[in-house]
Every structure is written in C-alpha cells, then in structure tokens.
Design a protein around this ligand. Sequence first.
Ligand code: KG4
Ligand code: ZN
Length: 356
Amino acid sequence: MIILGIESSCDETAAAVYDGERLRSNVIASQSDHIRFGGIVPELASRAHERVIVPTVARALEEAGLRDELPDAIAVTEGPGLMGSLLVGLCFAKGLSIRWKKPVIGVNHIDAHIYAAYIDEKPKLPFVSLVVSGGHTQIFYVSEPLQHILMGQTRDDAAGEAFDKIGKLLGLDYPAGPEIDRLAGNGDPGFFDFPRAMLKKGLDFSFSGLKTAVLYYLQDVPENNRSDFIRENREDLCASISAAITDVLIHKLEKAAKKTGVRSVIIAGGVSANSMLREKARQMARKNRLTLHIPHPRYCTDNAAMIAVTGWFKAQKGLFDSLHLKPYARHQWTRYGMPQPQADPPCCSSRHRSDP
Ligand code: KG4
Ligand code: ZN
C-alpha cells in the first residue's frame, strides 16, 4: 500500500510517500516568518501552509515517482496542533480524497512521533518511547504498532518549550533549544544546580518551575550587571540548564524501562537532537543493557514521513476515516495505568472514530 502523508500541525508544511518498505520521498517546507516574533504566530502559520501546501505535496509525489499511479490513501495530521494550520492540511487531504477517490486516514501527531522509529529501523517490541519536542513530553509503553499506553507526561511546559522559554530569558532567538545545546557544549553542567522537578515522583514531568528558577536566579544579579553576567556565563548557564532538563528526562525513561521490563527504548521529537540528552541516553542504555533507537534528526523534528508510516500501520488495520474527519487542537490523554503482561493490549491513544 502506498501512503501519502501530510503534516501541517505547527510551522512545518510537509509531505511524504511511504510504501510499507521504503520512504519514497520526504519534503519539508519550514516557516521562518516567526523568528522575529520570538514564537509561532498561529495566523501566520496557517497562511504560510496555504501558500506552500500545493507545491510541497506535488514535489513529494514527483520524487516518489508517482506520476501515473496514485497513492492508495492519504494520511493527514488531525491533531493536536494549531487549529488553522491543521485545517489547511486536513481540507487539502479531503480535496485529494474526493478527486482521487482514495480514503483519508487521520493521524494523531504524537502517535506519529512514536512511530517515526520505524522509518529507518524495526525496533524490537515491546519498547518504551520518550517523545520530547516543543509541544510534547510523554513516555509511552508500546506493545505493538498502534498499541501504546501513556505512562507519563508533562503537567505544564514541554521540554522543548522549557528550552525555548529559558533561552528567551538568556536573550537567545526562538527556537533556543539548538543554540542552548551548542553553547552547553563548552560549559560546566555543575556551574549552578537548577532544580530537577518531580524527579522522585512517578513518571510525570514539570518544567515550568525550572523556568521560574532561572528567572529568579537571574533577578538576583543586580540589574546593571545582569546582561554582562549572562554574557560572561552563558555557556555555563546553558550547560546547567541542559543538565537539569536532561537528567529528569533520562531518569524517567530509565524508570519506565525498569517498570515494564522492556529491552528497547526510543527517544523521538525535536529535543532528541540534544547532544547531552543523546549522551545520557546512551550511557543509561549501556548501564541497563538496553537497545537505544533515536530516529535520524530529520525524522525527530516535525515531518510527514512519520505521518505516512503511522498512516500505513493504520491502513493495515483498516482504520480509514470518512470526510467527516475533524481537527482537534488539544488531546486529553487517557491514563490506562501500568501495562500488565497478561492483559489485553489497551487501545491506541488516538480518539475512537465512531463519532463523525
Ligand atoms: O519536534 P519539533 O520540531 O516540533 C514540535 O513538535 O514541537 O521540536 C521543536 C523543539 C523546539 O522547542 C526546539 O527548541 C527543540 O525542539 N530542539 C532542541 C534541539 N533541537 C531542537 N532542544 C534542545 N536541543 C536541541 N539540539
Ligand atoms: Zn511534533
């Protein structure tokens, strides 16, 4: 089955074609309109999607060699994400569905981050996946494709959001994650001991306290010296902040792996590009004799390859949607509790589709 995937939930317009064995194409148009505003402006994002969605999809089809042949289905991100942006992708997918007489498949964006691991590899099941990006921080237990349980998630900011907001306090451009990562490489992670929130408490996360701690720490420096202080200690500050975020992420990932007894762990989402996180994940995996999978960075940040792959898994199970498919901005995760080895696998996190 050949699946065309379309992603437009945030500030990337992306299209990809996957045939169950090979990713035939993967096209991404990233928006730079938001940098000067220090964050994503939803209205600008949806307008930019409208401008580029046609050439992006056309290129993905062309690069996949689909000239006379049509894909068998169109997988599209249905949520969570920015409402206007999601609508552009969804309406376009529905238009193609009518024109081509091919079904649409709604894909949950966070599910897709989990299954990005299948683009290049075949991870051994069951596994635990840590999805960390600008909008998400979740840990899942995955018993088979589309059968996953949410084990923990952030109660406030996502890990990438913490990097971006703290970066703003340090005067860095949005998104600050990659720059903090780069600066941290030359800094001392022990320069300041920022809090590791909820380290001992379950598998949930909280990152908003760290942002406040950094704010108070900087406010303690006399105002006339503050910018000099930040400039002189930027690398050490970045290293200490990265250490606080990555310590918590890895600690919880290890805890989830031990609790479930899995032999494979996965890190996905934009923050998985972080060098300190990768290094700590490698050390943790070595210590616990786990196999670690981290998708290629181009499949960690938002992309349509992960939508096409997840759509492919759904197509195998006959999970097609009708044209009544609606976008959703937020998703309320169901907490199923810890997986029991003998229990029936719980249902996938995506919404039930009986309601049009
Ligand atoms: O997955 P993604 O492209 O978009 C979302 O779904 O949010 O992730 C973007 C996030 C941003 O918050 C960005 O600052 C963060 O990932 N990020 C990083 C790094 N590269 C991207 N954070 C820390 N270190 C990095 N190297
Ligand atoms: Zn994402």
